[in-house]
Design a protein around this ligand. Structure first.
Ligand code: HEC
Length: 126
């Protein structure tokens, strides 16, 4: 019995720590999102539904997969050119079906860690 209790405790602490890490990453991601010299996302994207330069990002992690988002933030033009079904849908929504170039760009190339942090932040936009 005692052994099960300590196992249970271990599992719960594990869940708790994981959860707080995701939260910490979302906070870091928010800083990338707002910083005009890093992600600068905020200048072009509303965190609600409103269109700015690009679409509002509320609920974005419900419509786009995390894999798509990671690729988009890593190499946007490659995603634009590959033109998978989600990208076709995006082009239709922003009325850029015939355009050869994406207008989404960040001041600096984000690191892999910044990309996962930003995606954790995007997941909080509900
Ligand atoms: C210079 C303006 C600009 C900046 C800065 C920018 N974007 Fe974009 N983004 C766009 C535009 C415009 C589109 C629409 C597609 C296109 O025209 O290329 C877009 C598309 C997107 C999409 C797809 C939206 C959808 O509805 O499917 C996501 C996700 C996205 N951007 C996230 C970000 C994030 C996160 C950052 C910051 C790291 C960022 N963007 C920075 C302009 C920008």
């Amino acid at each position: 019995m005692k052994r099960y209790l300590s196992l249970l405790l271990l599992v719960f602490t594990g869940i708790f720590f994981n959860f707080s890490f995701v939260l910490a990453d979302a906070v870091k991601g928010q800083a990338v999102f707002n910083n005009t010299k890093v992600g600068n996302c905020k200048s072009c994207h509303d965190t609600g539904d409103k269109k700015k330069v690009g679409p509002g990002l509320k609920g974005i992690t419900d419509r786009a997969s995390k894999e798509w988002l990671a690729k988009w933030l890593e190499d946007t033009q490659a995603v634009w050119d590959a033109n998978d079904s989600y990208t076709q849908d995006l082009k239709k929504r922003v009325k850029k079906e015939g355009k050869p170039k994406s207008a989404h760009k960040t001041p600096v190339k984000l690191t892999a860690e910044q990309i996962t942090d930003v995606i954790d932040y995007l997941a909080t936009l509900k």
